[in-house]
Design a protein around this ligand. Sequence first.
Ligand SMILES: Cc1cc2nc3c(=O)[nH]c(=O)nc-3n(C[C@H](O)[C@H](O)[C@H](O)COP(=O)(O)O)c2cc1C
Ligand code: SF4
Length: 380
Amino acid sequence: MRGRGGAGFPAGIKWRTVAEAAGPVKYIVCNADEGDSGTFADRMVMEGDPFALIEGMAIAAFAVGAQKGFIYVRSEYPDAIAKLDVAIRLAAEDIAPFRIELRVGAGAYICGEETSLLNSLEGKRGEVRAKPPLPALQGLFGKPTVVNNVLTLAAVPHILADGAEGYAALGTGRSRGTMPIQLAGNIKHGGLFETAFGLTLGEIVNDIGGGTASGRPVKAVQVGGPLGAYLPPSMFHLPFDYEAFAAADALIGHAGVVVFDDTADMLAQARFSMAFTAAESCGKCTPCRIGAVRGVELIDRIAAGGGRAAGPLERLPQMRNVNARPRSLEEEIGLLTDLCETMKFGSLCALGGFAPYPVMSALCHWPQDFGLAPAVEAAQ
Ligand SMILES: Cc1cc2nc3c(=O)[nH]c(=O)nc-3n(C[C@H](O)[C@H](O)[C@H](O)COP(=O)(O)O)c2cc1C
Ligand code: SF4
């Protein structure tokens, strides 16, 4: 069972680490922050079958020796919060001595990142913690902690009931089992479709989703939330599989699939991704805190066709001789590429680290939207 929150990390390894960690106090934390654009699978599980999640948490607690669990749910889910509240009280006797407490987040995207979430649960600012130490060894209040997504935990009772082999028989490669794929955006049949890993992106968008709601051709599909790459129809052969997506510089994340038709402006989408990161950055590391702001400025200059006067940083006296001249469109794009590399390899967490994916995929597949010559695949 690989974690369904985004990173696809094997739950068993995490559980074993917590089980083997020293000390009497351990925690199970369910990540129900569900911040990715176009995703709602966690919400549907919590509203439709909250006991599956509670049972999964109780099994996890039994497996690792935890006494207390927390569900960190986003405030935008009032129905899920109300259902969970009742379900936790109804289940209290059955899961004792394990206890579950519900905590409502205040709406920061970064509080879905596990270490920020733990800080937030502790009543601190939702800022990312450097790893190591891993949360499995020093997590909530410094104690060994399992942090798992709603879908990961809610699948556990089914795996135990039906047998691991049955679950593992579904899927492809190292992506085993099923995934609730969430179809959103400009799509004819939006909604949640749980299916085994391995369908191609084209089958998901066209056969299940029925293509765009507008009836116009698909231009781009963003998979994996606001930090996921934009994929063109020429990549519809990609199987829904963690490794295949990673090899294509894309991510499956929480399996949100957002569809855009041919009226989408991919430069505007790239700007949106950078602006989102600038707004949601926790501010702990420089590549993301400053890089995302500079990225928005750069994309704005590219939108204006390049050639604008240099920005405030370049107007500093010591920089004047080097950079204080208008840059060409190609130079601005070179700078954006360089910035994206810095963010990708220099950021502390995946918010800054993955922000370049939507930007660079938009630039790579739709260069004409950035004022450059069309890519060969896009021209076909
Ligand atoms: C910026 C950012 C936002 C995240 N948001 C979520 C989220 O909303 N829900 C979630 O389950 N995981 C989210 N994650 C992943 C968590 O850090 C963590 O990997 C996950 O909760 C582990 O559970 P899993 O192994 O069951 O997926 C996010 C990660 C990052 C970097
Ligand atoms: S990448 Fe962004 S969100 Fe992540 S630690 Fe750095 S500043 Fe915070």
